[in-house]
Unconditional design. Structure first.
Length: 120
């Protein structure tokens, strides 16, 4: 899929779904808008999906993987080869964040944003 095709699939927010979600959250026994940004985001998700019943059962973590290449300058303590190892370990859930994702049924999607070393 091209960027243009992906952009063409973006639809305007469903304001009806957002209104229903807002009313639902306002009806729950809590101070109005007390969940702050979480409440705002849940209402926005309703608008994006077109469904006031927000289902977050499918979750994902996007890990942006890139090398900075400045070990020699003392900016980082690990070389570029470590970035590749960590990126591969994301796929096996063999990192600290991987363990947390596995426990919470979250998929990990490592994205090569400029790694020198190719991964498997």
């Amino acid at each position: 899929m091209t960027l243009e095709e992906a952009i063409a699939k973006i639809k305007p927010l469903d304001h009806n779904a957002m209104e229903i979600a807002q009313k639902r959250w306002d009806s729950i026994a809590k101070p109005l808008h007390s969940l702050g940004k979480l409440e705002t985001l849940l209402i926005q998700i309703a608008g994006i999906t077109g469904n006031a019943e927000v289902d977050l059962s499918r979750r994902g973590l996007i890990a942006m993987c890139a090398d900075n290449g400045v070990v020699e300058e003392g900016v980082t303590q690990t070389g570029q080869e470590v970035t590749a190892i960590v990126a591969e370990n994301f796929l096996k859930y063999d990192t600290s964040v991987g363990v947390m994702c596995k426990q919470n049924h979250v998929e990990i999607f490592p994205v090569d944003m400029g790694m020198v070393t190719d991964t498997k």
